[in-house]
Design a protein around this ligand. Structure first.
Ligand code: EPZ
Length: 422
């Protein structure tokens, strides 16, 4: 149960290199199930979610090693226990994305239902519907999803859109299953996130036949088998966005290396409307604050819209704007656990249904606050960098799920964060 002591306000300067993407790594690790043999994944970050995913794959029968150079090798020659245990899936919902690959590889899969989540109700009905369309028989038993396709899966046209638009991991599950299905599958309203494009490119490198990558219409010609491969995971655009906000909220200039602005257009657009300059430099960019933080309105949407995984961080930033902003959460309408905690730091936030009215204040004041989920905890750390005094953030394990030793990345830039184990 680590906590952070964060001194503020600070100014940051220097350069930071963005790590590989957590949300691309997780489904790509699951994809190794589809190709019996040894796959090697590069630039996979060192995060607790990645370790949990590793445990999940090992439990199925895979052999995993983390090479000295950081590569992850997954040997999926043997899958002798196609069961995703509750004890592991409850700790990381993304564990659900072994369902499609296991079903396609083994003709049968048992995966625990993922359970509750701090950011809202997160059903998996679209995952199950998509796999049933491919011919799987699915029933629930004792909290487990039992999926069977003894004669294999069969390609079909599938609409994957839901009440909040496309589903990222739902698309990943059905896409992976369709690669080994007989015939052609068309996924309509597929998620277009760069992480899904990265997964599809990895599958094609394994021998899959996927077209329409990056678009809402994916066309998959099923193949008999896939081969293991070597593949590089894309940079983490959510981590990059978090460091951009770190520069903005501390009135600093930072050089971000290894970040792809083309995958962050909605984020860059909002930062520029707030008065932050973003200039391309080498394989990244320079982020600098110019003058006052201007208010702006943000509505989260599936990609290429504004990412819900940066909503909390931008709320912390806009709490210091010269005026009122409105933030509408259209992907996870209840994703506001950070509001009360930021208000404890003298922000002036009022929740109205799926929206929050952010009335800008002159300054934030340090306070003891509690992290509730991964991105909310990032927002509290960012607020702590700008707040007057020492902010104490508890339940830091949330942030370790998605940011690799964040204090060791921020302190060399001028932050003063101490991690304390209690
Ligand atoms: C992925 O979750 C990410 N996780 C989330 O990031 C991210 O917030 C989310 O996509 C949206 O961008 C990973 O990639 C590991 P969804 P996922 O299915 O796939 C509803 C982080 O902070 N829905 O796209 O689980 C759902 O309830 C995490 O790194 C259904 O109704 O999200 C939500 O309202 C948090 N039925 C919306 O769709 C379904 O079967 C989008 O969810 C599936 C989803």
């Amino acid at each position: 149960m680590d906590i952070f002591h964060i001194e503020g306000p600070v100014q940051l300067s220097g350069s930071v290199t963005i790590n590989g993407s957590k949300n691309a790594s997780l489904p790509i690790m699951a994809a190794a199930i589809l190709a019996p043999g040894k796959s090697t994944l590069r630039t996979v970050p060192h995060l607790s979610d990645i370790s949990v995913c590793g445990k999940l794959l090992s439990q199925l029968g895979c052999k995993l090693t983390r090479e000295p150079d950081g590569d992850i090798c997954i040997d999926s020659t043997v899958i002798d226990n196609p069961v995703g245990e509750y004890e592991i899936v409850r700790r990381m919902r993304a564990g659900i994305c072994i369902l499609g690959p296991l079903l396609a590889r083994c003709g049968r899969a048992e995966v625990s239902m993922p359970g509750g989540c701090a950011i809202g109700v997160r059903p998996v009905d679209l995952h199950l519907r998509g796999l049933q369309e491919l011919g799987a028989q699915i029933h629930l038993k004792n909290g487990y999803i039992i999926a069977e396709a003894p004669n294999g899966l069969k390609g079909k046209n599938i609409f994957m859109g839901g009440p909040f638009g496309s589903t990222v991991l739902g698309t990943a599950n059905v896409l992976m299953a369709a690669t080994l299905a007989k015939g052609r599958t068309v996924i309509e309203s597929a998620a277009c996130e760069p992480e899904i494009a990265n997964l599809a490119n990895c599958l094609n490198k394994m021998g899959a036949k996927i077209k329409g990558i990056g678009s809402p219409r994916l066309i998959i010609e099923g193949v008999k088998e896939l081969q293991p491969t070597e593949f590089e995971v894309i940079p983490d655009r959510i981590e990059a966005g978090t460091f951009m906000v770190a520069a903005a909220i501390t009135a600093s200039e930072l050089h971000l290396q290894n970040c792809r602005l083309d995958e962050m257009m909605a984020v860059v657009d909002r930062l520029r409307s707030i008065g932050i300059t973003i200039e391309r430099k080498d394989n990244g960019c320079i982020v600098a604050k110019n003058g006052q933080i201007k208010p702006t309105d943000i509505t989260t949407q599936p990609y290429p819209g504004f990412p819900t995984d940066l909503q909390a961080q931008f709320m912390a930033l806009l709490s210091l704007a010269e005026g009122n902003s409105v933030i509408i959460e259209k992907v996870f309408p209840d994703r506001f656990m950070h509001v009360a905690e930021l208000n404890r730091m003298a922000a002036n936030l009022r929740k109205e249904g799926p929206a929050v009215i952010v009335a800008g204040v002159k300054k934030l004041i340090a306070a003891p606050v509690m992290a509730s989920d991964l991105r909310a905890s990032a927002a509290l750390v960012l607020a702590g960098l700008a707040a007057e005094g020492t902010t104490i953030v508890s339940r830091v394990y949330h942030i370790d799920r998605g940011y690799e030793k964040i204090e060791e990345r921020l302190n060399p830039l001028g932050a003063n964060i101490i991690r304390q184990s209690i």
